[in-house]
Design a protein around this ligand. Structure first.
Ligand code: SF4
Length: 439
C-alpha cells in the first residue's frame, strides 16, 4: 500500500513561497513608505541616556526579507560606545556584526534589508537652520563688533560688479584653519533609525565614518588615491578650491604615515601594497575629524606584520582625534591589543559584554569561553589539535525564542530549557545572557 510521502521541512511548497513573497512585499512597502514620509527634525532628535556616550544602540532589529522567509540578522541588541574609547564587536561570521555597523551607517541594502525596530542614538554637532531651512553663516567682525564686508567673487575668482561698474560687497564669512566656511552649530543627538536619508548625508562620512575590510575593493581602481581623498574633502567643504583639496589629501596621507605623500597622492590603488591601501582608507575616514569611526575587520585582508601597524595607527588616530572607534573583528588577539570594551555577538544577539579585562579574565558565556579557547596560545603544543566550537551558527530564518547556543554548548543543563535568557548583570559594565547564572 502506498504511504503519503513525508514533507521535507527545508523545502517550501509553491503555496508557501507565494505566501512569503506576499507578506515580504507588504512589509517592505510599509517600511519604504515610512521612509518617504516628510518629517521635521523633532521627529528624529532625541536625548542620550548617558552623556558620556557617543553612540547608544537600543533594542535594534535589522531584518532581511528573503524568498525563504525573514532573516533576523540583528535581533534586539543593546550596547553603547563611550566617548574616547574603542569598543570591539566580536563573533563568528554571520552573527550580525557587519549588519549592525551597516545599520548605524544607514547602509543596509533596501528594500530587502530594513531596520524594523529600535533606536540608534548618536551625539553630534549639526548646523543651526533658519526658518527657510538654510544654514546660518558666521561672519567676521571688526573690533567694534561690526560685520566686515568684502568683494563678491564669481566661480572663477573674479570680482562681481553692478551695472555702474562698482564692486558688489558681501559680508565676509569666517573660515576654520582648514579653510572651511563656518556656520552656527549646535550639539544634538539624532536617532539614526528614524533619520531620513537626506539628513543622514550631513553626518555620514563626516561625523561617522567607516573603514572597510578589503581596501582593494573599497577603493576605486580607476581614480588616483589623491582624487578619492579629495572627494571626501569636498564632502566636508564643498567650497574648497582644487589646491586646498589637493593639499589636504597630501596632509592626510602624511598623517597616516605614508612616505613621500606628494608622490603617492598621484598613484592608483593597484600601485600600492595592501597595508598602504588600508592607510589610504583610514585617511579618507579621518578627513572630517569624525566622532565615531567604524572599522569593519580592518586587518582581515592584511598580513600579520602589517596588521599590527594598522592597529597601532587606528589606536593612535583615535587618541589624537579624541574619536571613538567601533572595531568589528573575529580576532580576539586584535581585541585584547586594541579595545577598552568588548561586545560578544552570536546569531544576531549579544551574549556577553564588558570591559576588555572582564571578558578576558572572567569570561562567563560558554560561547565567549569557546572563542577564547579556539585561539592558539604559546602553551598550545606543536602536535595539539586546535579547538573549534562544534556545530554551526543557527539559520537566522524562523529563529526560536530560546538559547540559540544550546545545540553547541558543552555546559548545557536542565536549567537551559525555556525562553531566551534574560540579561544578568555581573557588574556595572559586565553582563551575560545565560541561564546558568540565574539566581
Ligand atoms: S543557557 Fe545553557 S545552553 Fe545556553 S549558553 Fe548558557 S549554559 Fe549553554
Amino acid at each position: 500500500m502506498k504511504t503519503k510521502k513525508e514533507k521535507n521541512p527545508n523545502i517550501l511548497s509553491l503555496k508557501e513561497s507565494r505566501a512569503i513573497l506576499r507578506s515580504n512585499l507588504a512589509e517592505m512597502k510599509k517600511f519604504e513608505k515610512a521612509k518617504r514620509k516628510k518629517v521635521t527634525p523633532d521627529y528624529f532628535t532625541t536625548e542620550l541616556k548617558d552623556e558620556n556616550n557617543v553612540l547608544e544602540v537600543e533594542n535594534l532589529h535589522t531584518y532581511f526579507y528573503t524568498d525563504s522567509g525573514v532573516s533576523k540578522a540583528v535581533n534586539g541588541i543593546n550596547f553603547s560606545v563611550p566617548k574616547d574609547s574603542i569598543v570591539g564587536l566580536v563573533g563568528e561570521s554571520g552573527c550580525g556584526k557587519s549588519v549592525t555597523s551597516l545599520s548605524i551607517m544607514q547602509l543596509v541594502q533596501a528594500p530587502q534589508g530594513q531596520v524594523t525596530e529600535g533606536s540608534i542614538r548618536f551625539a553630534t554637532r549639526d548646523f543651526v537652520l533658519d526658518d527657510k531651512g538654510k544654514r546660518i553663516p558666521i561672519y567676521v567682525t571688526d573690533e567694534d563688533g561690526n560685520v566686515v564686508y568684502t568683494d563678491k567673487l564669481n566661480k572663477k575668482g573674479e570680482i562681481v560688479k553692478d551695472k555702474n561698474g562698482n564692486a558688489i560687497k558681501v559680508p565676509l564669512q569666517a573660515r576654520s584653519e582648514d579653510g572651511i566656511p563656518l556656520y552656527e552649530m549646535k550639539d544634538v543627538t539624532y536617532d539614526i533609525a528614524k533619520m531620513p536619508t537626506d539628513d543622514m548625508y550631513r553626518i555620514r562620512g563626516k561625523d561617522i565614518s567607516m573603514i572597510f575590510q578589503e581596501p582593494m575593493t573599497s577603493l576605486n581602481p580607476v581614480f588616483t588615491v589623491g582624487y578619492q581623498i579629495e572627494e571626501a574633502v569636498y564632502l566636508i567643504n564643498p567650497l574648497a578650491t582644487k589646491k586646498e583639496a589637493h593639499d589636504k589629501a597630501v596632509e592626510m596621507l602624511s598623517r597616516v604615515g605614508i612616505p613621500m605623500p606628494e608622490t603617492i597622492v598621484n598613484y592608483y590603488p593597484h600601485q600600492l601594497s595592501g597595508g598602504m591601501r588600508q592607510r589610504v582608507m583610514i585617511a579618507i575616514a579621518l578627513v572630517g575629524n569624525p566622532k565615531l569611526i567604524i572599522a569593519d575587520e580592518p586587518t582581515t585582508a592584511l598580513d600579520v606584520t602589517i596588521q599590527s601597524q594598522i592597529l597601532h595607527l587606528i589606536k593612535e588616530v583615535q587618541q589624537q582625534c579624541h574619536a571613538s572607534v567601533m572595531l568589528i573583528t573575529h580576532d580576539l588577539g586584535v581585541v585584547a591589543e586594541t579595545c577598552d570594551y568588548v561586545v560578544v555577538m552570536y546569531a544576531g544577539k549579544i551574549v556577553e559584554q564588558g570591559t576588555v579585562y572582564e571578558i578576558f579574565d572572567n569570561p562567563l558565556h560558554p560561547y565567549t569561553k569557546g572563542i577564547q579557547k579556539a585561539k592558539p596560545t604559546f602553551d598550545t603544543g606543536m602536535d595539539a589539535e586546535l579547538y573549534s566550537i562544534p556545530g554551526v551558527v543557527p539559520n537566522p530564518i524562523n529563529i526560536p525564542n530560546e538559547c540559540l547556543f544550546k545545540d553547541r554548548c558543552g555546559e548545557r543543563c536542565s536549567c537551559c530549557e525555556g525562553e531566551y535568557p534574560q540579561e544578568i548583570k555581573v557588574s556595572a559594565t559586565h553582563s551575560v545572557f545565560c541561564h546558568k547564572y540565574k539566581k
